[in-house]
Write a protein that binds this ligand. Structure first.
Ligand code: ADP
Ligand code: MG
Length: 317
């Protein structure tokens, strides 16, 4: 099998066919129709074997997560997903691997009506790069800048599960089977908060997705907004499996410093807070208030006295 039959067999067979794709896979580039009055939102994220995932991981999970992390970036901008391109570097052609990978990728793509419109296929160390493209109405985009002193800080879901899932995947701890399955699924199949991100466009003053741990990502947000933040650690949301598995202090350390949760962290001006909470309840979504934006430029942790030796993952260090 060569590069071209591989593309035909695995990547040209997506069921979804959007009307705004004038030309998809098969030419030198795709031709795409951006709706008038909307901005094109572009994000790209690469997953490298041995760095972001285990090479022997389930290919379904690799396909799913490569898209999920990109959808999470679109969600953090308040954007509606539309199209993606895929740059795939493979050490060799394995049909079972490609079948699983495409199944995981398209399961999530179809759910969010995101069409694969092109890509590149090369041989080398296993690496998956997805570029996600979407739209946002001008003026409704969520940025990292825009938070003001007095705004409430929210997160879109429980934190720390993926961090503990990683400890499990690395074989550093062992836990009961049902807890283990839950934590590994949180690590391998993060659910991107796309619907919430779009709703937040009318309410949030700033947003970021949590990929490197709450501390590291909130630091980016407060730096961009030129403000400080106060986090009430007793308000951090934890899942039951996490609470049953580790102490309160360890849960805080995981939530604050471990990555891969892919929840949104956003800020809301107090006068819009009640309206947002009503909207969330109607839509069947949840969010947890974990702190407040302050003047100044420091991130202040309250209700936690443990030791935070690492602030999220950094490449090249
Ligand atoms: P070119 O040499 O002009 O860059 P390629 O031979 O790389 O074109 O790709 C042929 C067509 O297949 C292009 O339309 C390209 O977008 C698409 N394609 C290549 N690899 C992938 C992939 N992994 N997923 C989806 N489309 C792909
Ligand atoms: Mg090419």
């Amino acid at each position: 099998m060569d590069e071209f039959s591989l593309i035909d067999q695995y990547f040209k067979q997506q069921r979804l066919a959007r009307a705004d794709v004038m030309l998809g896979i098969g030419d030198d580039a795709a031709l795409l129709q951006v709706p008038t009055g909307q901005l094109l939102v572009a994000a790209v994220d690469t997953l490298v074997a041995d760095v972001h995932f285990f090479p022997q991981a389930d290919p379904y999970d690799i396909g799913y997560k490569a898209l999920a992390v990109n959808l999470s970036d679109l969600a953090a901008m308040g954007a509606k997903p539309a199209w993606m391109t895929l740059a795939l570097t493979l050490p060799n052609i394995s049909n079972p691997w490609l079948k699983g990978f495409a199944a995981g990728l398209f399961a999530l793509a179809d759910e969010f009506r995101m069409q694969l419109v092109g890509g590149d296929t090369t041989q080398g160390h296993l690496t998956v790069t997805i570029q996600a493209l979407g739209f946002v109405q001008d003026g409704k985009a969520l940025k990292r800048s825009g938070a003001k002193a007095g705004d409430k800080i929210y997160v879109s879901g429980v934190l720390g599960d993926a961090g503990l899932g990683l400890q499990l995947a690395l074989g550093r701890i062992s836990l009961a089977n049902e807890v283990k399955d839950y934590l590994l699924s949180k690590l391998n199949r993060p659910y991107p908060r796309v619907k919430l991100g779009i709703l937040l466009g009318s309410y949030a003053s700033a947003a970021i997705d949590i990929s490197d741990g709450l501390m590291a990502d909130l630091q980016h947000l407060i730096k961009a907004s030129k403000v400080g933040a106060k986090i009430f650690c007793e308000s951090l949301p934890f899942s039951m499996p996490l609470k049953k598995s580790v102490s309160y202090e360890e849960s805080c350390v995981l939530a604050l410093t471990a990555g891969d949760d892919y929840e949104l962290c956003f800020t809301v001006p107090p006068q819009k807070e009640q309206q947002l909470l009503d909207q969330l309840r109607q839509a069947g979504m949840v969010a947890y208030c974990i702190g407040e934006i302050t003047s100044g430029n420091v991130l202040d942790l309250q209700g936690f006295s443990g030791n935070l030796s690492q602030y999220g993952y950094k490449h090249f260090t």
